[in-house]
Design a binder for this molecule. Structure first.
Ligand SMILES: [Zn+2]
Length: 425
């Protein structure tokens, strides 16, 4: 199910912010869609004038004025100073923007080697973030550590407005419907009911999805894919994954397994056997662990413990390190070319530790062009993501904000407002 279309995880009633009256009080479907479209436009294009919102959304200026007035009254948006206040002779076009202090969310990003927990405001920006070490911890211990970090953050970082809920993301195969981690290599979790366990420990509703889909969503809102309807996000790091963003929405797939690229063939025999048993899988050719192992086998000192350090060694003239990184880039390009043929995207964003060696991105581009048959100009579509492997908790926070922006009338304070207005309209 597309993330955009899903309203099931953060039911207003569970967050304690629901109107207690009949659903009809919250307005018609069309009215709900209009509020969503206006608020999203302000988020992505703000500060923006009411006239420009009307043009983008396709509603009359009168309708926009009415919606913006109610958003202002609810404290969700604010008027800001126009860029050239003295120059407009007609009626002043006072732009509006999201009021970041209206609401906040928690974001939990459980990565391959560490977890970050962040507090995020309504405009998707980070208020505060903390890291949780996860090496050598069991699922139970890690969930407890995350909950402790989340509670500490809420106590110390003074959230902007009420906390709406928690967006959590993890690598591997995540069942977004049931909130269960079906299969995850590192940490090794199989069938872990992560959503319910986090809800129990933190006391807030949780939206769960994969790391790559969370990153794709953040890039589409505030990053390199702003305004792009169709793109692929490919993450090459401790984990290897992709996310498909199709027709303006993150695509989960029928069983939430879309974007799995671990076992795409790199068309050469790899030195190590993949956990699936084969010897030509992308995962064992390009993951951080695989790249470092290949580097050690090629004579690079074992004191080098990260791809960043390996890239520095290569830049200092180590030919073996450079060769390993170039091969990683080529294998990645091979996979990217195949994905481009499948999806014909407008853009392909790369994230993860592959960005720690930017001098090899042209090797990715060249190999993608060589391995693609149906995606003309694919080399020009490949770009580094803005957030890379930074701001990870913001990406997870975007999962819950995305549900909020899909239907803001379902949540307080608009839900309360809609009940009053709905009764008289
Ligand atoms: Zn495999």
């Amino acid at each position: 199910m597309p993330v955009d279309a899903s309203h099931r995880h953060v039911e207003p009633g569970r967050s304690g912010s629901a109107p207690d009256g009949p659903r009809s009080w919250q307005g018609t479907t069309l009215r709900r869609q209009n509020y969503s479209a206006v608020l999203r436009t302000i988020l992505i294009d703000g500060p923006i004038s009411r006239v420009d919102i009307a043009r983008r959304v396709g509603l009359t200026p009168t309708a926009i004025t009415s919606i913006v007035t109610s958003l202002l009254a609810a404290g969700l948006v604010m008027e800001v100073q126009p860029p050239n206040p003295g120059r407009d002779r007609g009626r002043p076009k006072v732009p509006v923007d999201i009021d970041p202090g209206a609401l906040s969310v928690l974001g939990l990003f459980i990565g391959g080697t560490h977890t970050s927990v962040g507090l995020i405001d309504l405009s998707g920006h980070l208020i505060a973030e903390t890291d949780v070490e996860q090496v050598g911890t069991s699922a139970t211990e890690l969930i407890e550590d995350i909950a402790t970090a989340a509670r500490r953050l809420m106590d110390t970082a003074s959230p902007a407005g009420p906390i709406l809920g928690v967006g959590a993301s993890i690598g591997g195969w995540v069942d977004t419907e049931r909130g269960v981690v079906l299969d995850h290599v590192r940490p090794h979790w199989v069938g872990t009911p992560l959503r319910s366990r986090l809800e129990e420990r933190i006391g807030l509703p949780v939206v769960l999805n994969s790391n790559a889909r969370a990153m794709a969503l953040l890039e589409s809102w505030l990053g390199a894919a702003k305004g792009v309807r169709n793109f692929i996000y490919v993450s090459i790091g401790a984990l290897v994954a992709s996310a498909l963003f199709i027709d303006g929405k993150v695509y989960d797939g029928a069983r939430s397994a879309s974007g799995s690229i671990d076992h795409l063939s790199v068309r050469v025999r790899t030195a190590t056997r993949c956990f699936c048993g084969r010897r030509d899988c992308l995962h064992v050719a390009v993951s951080d662990e695989a790249v470092l192992r290949l580097a050690y086998e090629a004579g690079v000192p074992t004191s080098i413990a990260s791809v960043r350090e390996l890239a520095e060694t290569a830049a200092a003239g180590d030919l073996a390190a450079a060769r390993v990184l170039r091969n990683r880039a080529r294998h990645t390009g091979n996979a990217v070319g195949q994905l481009a043929d499948l999806l014909n995207p407008e853009l392909i964003l790369l994230g993860g530790s592959i960005l720690d060696a930017p001098e090899y991105l042209d090797d990715v581009r060249r190999q993608a062009a060589a391995s693609s048959h149906a995606a003309p100009g694919v080399a020009d579509l490949i770009r580094p993501s803005v957030f890379g492997h930074r701001a990870l908790s913001r990406a997870s926070g975007a999962l819950v904000l995305n549900q909020y922006y899909a239907d803001p009338l379902a949540y307080s304070p608009l839900a309360r407002d809609a009940r009053v207005r709905g009764a008289v309209q």
